[in-house]
Write a protein that binds this ligand. Structure first.
Ligand SMILES: [Ca+2]
Length: 255
């Protein structure tokens, strides 16, 4: 399962000469790969020669699964298949409610499963340069902290060479449900009581697109797709422009 395996092909340049996805015979297209983070090193683990690590590791440094089992943590050699970007289920649900000339239409859509790779974090979680970073960095590990979990951001020391590569700390479940469209219409011809003989119905229509999303993924639209890289590289967010909410008001005549 580890990176030196040359079966299949990899796709999606992560900017560091490594790829984000791996397509192999017998598996799904474009499986997300990278190192599997297991938290941060404690002092006891640094002192224990049996714990796999890399040169320069210190308490608070990121650790991951020794994917090739050679006793040394190395970025590419330890890559494993991390997640499937393809959803288990995609669904839609349309409804039309009508009552005394009032029409309410809803279009829900969503998916269950399907991982998102947040490629932006390779840049926004890199604190070794002179550029803007995520506000998560304010809660990074510092000497004295007792949280060594995988949710804690590591110490900045020697951070760049680890953060700027594909890893499980940038993968989020892509399940979501969205109200894609909400339309409310009213037939004002009813109020005119037959005086508007030129039209059978005059609907005043107001609608909102992309009303809300309920999703685990908070950093953007959960429908993200990195384009122009083909189907072997889907569900990758590299700073996609957010979906806009659109309000529409109109008149709909039926003659
Ligand atoms: Ca290794």
């Amino acid at each position: 399962m580890s990176y030196p395996d040359t079966v299949g092909f990899r796709n999606g340049n992560a900017g560091n000469g490594t790829q984000i996805t791996w397509t192999k015979p017998g598996g799904s297209i474009g499986m997300l790969i990278g190192y599997q983070t297991t938290g941060l090193f404690t002092q006891a683990e640094i002192d224990d020669p049996k714990v796999p690590k890399y040169a320069g590791a210190r308490p608070g440094s990121m650790k991951w699964v020794d994917g090739d089992g050679d006793g040394i943590l190395e970025i590419q050699d330890d890559y494993v298949v991390l997640a499937n970007p393809h959803p288990d289920l995609m669904f839609g649900w349309n409804n039309t409610f009508e009552y005394k000339g009032i029409t309410l239409r809803t279009i829900f859509a969503g998916q269950l499963g399907g991982a998102i790779y947040d490629l932006r974090k390779e840049i926004m979680y890199n604190v070794d340069g002179n550029f803007n970073v995520s506000r998560d960095m304010a809660n990074r590990w510092r000497p004295g902290d007792t949280d060594f979990s995988a949710d804690k951001f590591p110490t900045t020391y020697l951070n760049t060479n680890r953060v700027r590569f594909p890893g499980s700390n940038k993968i989020i479940d892509g399940s979501y449900i969205a109200l894609k469209n909400l339309t409310l219409a009213y037939d004002i011809a009813r109020l005119l009581k037959g005086r508007a003989k030129f039209a059978k119905a005059i609907e005043v229509v107001g609608s909102v697109r992309n009303v809300f999303y309920i999703a685990n993924y908070k950093e953007g639209n959960p429908e993200v797709r990195r384009t122009n890289d083909g189907s072997a590289l889907r569900s990758v967010n590299y700073g996609s422009y957010p979906t806009s909410r659109t309000y529409t008001l109109g008149l709909n005549f039926t003659f």
